[in-house]
Design a protein around this ligand. Structure first.
Ligand code: AP5
Ligand code: MG
Length: 245
């Protein structure tokens, strides 16, 4: 009799602990936001703001490459000529760089991805990398190609923190080449020429757009009209995130 009571108590206690663990996991699901959209759609612009407002790290694979190019690392040397041509860096290099970066920084409670995944194979690699209980939110910035060339060829960026500016739409404060967030130098990206933008758009339509279909059933999907003003686009993004929380 005593033995049965002990076994029953053990079972009830185990079930209770499993229940508590389930509740804890529900509450602490990692949140991963994927910013999708063609070059110049505003992925970096809005990810920078979201990162501050949601207190989630912003990870841009493009920025990670640019940092490696600046530091003249082996990875930077491999990536530079491909980036300057407007084509994708091979998957194995991108995947390793990104996953090592996330693990190194222990970003286990979530982050905002900008510029990744960029083809279906990268989306599959990400799916394998993410913990099963991850809450995945895709923000797709929709915009026609003809609006993008002006945005990209006029874009300026902070060399230190990656904050984007624009010669006409959002010039750096006092027209000085200094970032108002971190004091870094403001410069123009070497792949932001008209010829390279055309190539980047072609690559986007051929390789990145299919990712949208692939992710449709695997994530919460938010469609945003990115042709509106920056302020309106960001307001729409926040509103949709609130609805989909
Ligand atoms: P990456 O750095 O990711 O470039 P991208 O995808 O081409 O996108 P952009 O950074 O050009 O655009 P964005 O959407 O961030 O726009 P932004 O907010 O700056 O990648 C560069 C290269 O790295 C790739 O070509 C590839 O070679 C390589 N690479 C990177 N990731 C890779 C991967 N996963 N796999 C393989 N290769 C990879 O806005 C643009 C401008 O418009 C700014 O000046 C901004 O101020 C302005 N703006 C934004 N919104 C508005 C608005 N609503 N109204 C007016 N102006 C606006
Ligand atoms: Mg960007």
């Amino acid at each position: 009799m005593k033995k049965i009571v002990i076994i029953l108590t053990f079972i009830v206690l185990s079930l209770f602990l499993m229940f508590l663990y389930g509740k804890y996991q529900m509450k602490h699901k990692p949140l991963v936001i994927i910013m999708m959209g063609p070059p110049g759609a505003g992925k970096g612009t809005h990810a920078t703001e979201l990162s501050k407002d949601l207190k989630l790290p912003h990870i841009s694979t493009g920025d990670l490459f640019r940092e490696n190019i600046k530091q003249n690392t082996d990875l930077g040397k491999k990536a530079k000529s491909l980036i300057d041509k407007g084509v994708l860096v091979p998957d194995d290099i991108v995947n390793q760089m990104l996953f090592d970066y996330i693990n190194k920084h222990k970003y286990f409670s979530g982050y905002i991805l900008d510029g990744y995944p960029r083809n279906v194979d990268q989306a599959i690699a990400l799916e394998k990398f993410l913990p099963e209980n991850t809450k995945l939110l895709v923000i797709n910035l929709r915009i026609d190609d003809d609006l993008l060339v002006e945005r990209i060829t006029g874009r300026l960026m902070c060399r230190k923190c990656g904050k984007p500016f624009h010669k006409t739409f959002s010039p750096p404060p006092n027209n000085q080449n200094i970032c108002d967030d971190c004091g870094g130098e403001i410069y123009q990206r070497s792949d932001d020429t008209k010829e390279v933008v055309v190539k980047r758009l072609e690559v986007y339509h051929r390789e990145t757009k299919p990712v949208l279909n692939y992710l449709k059933n695997k994530a919460k999907f938010i469609e945003i009209d990115a042709s509106q003003s920056k302020e309106k686009v960001y307001k729409d993004i926040l509103l949709e995130i609130e609805k989909n929380k």
